[in-house]
Design a protein. Sequence first.
Lengths: 173, 173
Amino acid sequence: MEFYEVVKTRRSIRSYKPDIPPQDVLDRISEAARIAPSGSNRQPWRFIFVTDPSLKKKLVSACGNQKFVGEAPVVVVACGYDIKYNRGGYMGGMSFLVDVSIAFTHLILAARSEGLGTCWIGEFENEKVKRILGIPDGYNVVAVTPLGYPREDGFRETDRRKPMAEIMSINKF
Amino acid sequence: MEFYEVVKTRRSIRSYKPDIPPQDVLDRISEAARIAPSGSNRQPWRFIFVTDPSLKKKLVSACGNQKFVGEAPVVVVACGYDIKYNRGGYMGGMSFLVDVSIAFTHLILAARSEGLGTCWIGEFENEKVKRILGIPDGYNVVAVTPLGYPREDGFRETDRRKPMAEIMSINKF
């Protein structure tokens, strides 16, 4: 799919068919995340593809009981570890949020290019998700998304964004 | 350009031609960032396109004196503000790093699709960049990139990434 078509028609999908995507599709999406850039190429990330129904059910309860998360055939959990790099002098141990978000954005866009829906979930309980999936100390959860074919065609352009003049400027803020 | 071609051939470019990209190209890149998703659609971001030579020179000194940053015709600075949303219960005031990184990834990939080089710079002094560009209190710099046509064809697939088995797993970490 053409790049801008992917970006323009990616939407948060909140209703999924149960069909599990073919393995070659999942492989291409994973590869898009794997090759993402990161600070000094540290790649401080790990992605868990959850398909087990009982684990998905537990994840729903760790994500504010958003039922549609468990409706998808796959739930992807992205986690990362502190790279001991304090970007900008103020990020402290949170610099890995930047790197993991880059790779997860690759994954989200690749999914769209395959006709798969996602919904970047920000509401999750880190410690609870870690216990459910056996994520070790030192790693923290950055993002969660359901992954599957949309029940209805929800891919369309968005119209709910700030106007360009509010978010872009030349030379000075 | 086809989506996977963009993702696979995006590389950090460290040598630039002085040519300023046409406005319609810059507009499409900006639009890709503008329509990016963010937590609860808060869009806590702002992008500054710096073309003024004296400002670029100052930015170089605020980015660890990486000279190639100033060689590019444009330097893009992404900043964001605290959305008072504590993702995962541990991100505190750093949750906006996730949102700004999503939008900046859109911008970086869109640039590649237009044949433009970028290099995501993590080494910058937040307070110094803020002073140079008049970025107000409440905003912080998340990322910086030079933007311009590569001096040599540096777009090719990467081979320096962790193997899939190290970063992906099924159901459990």
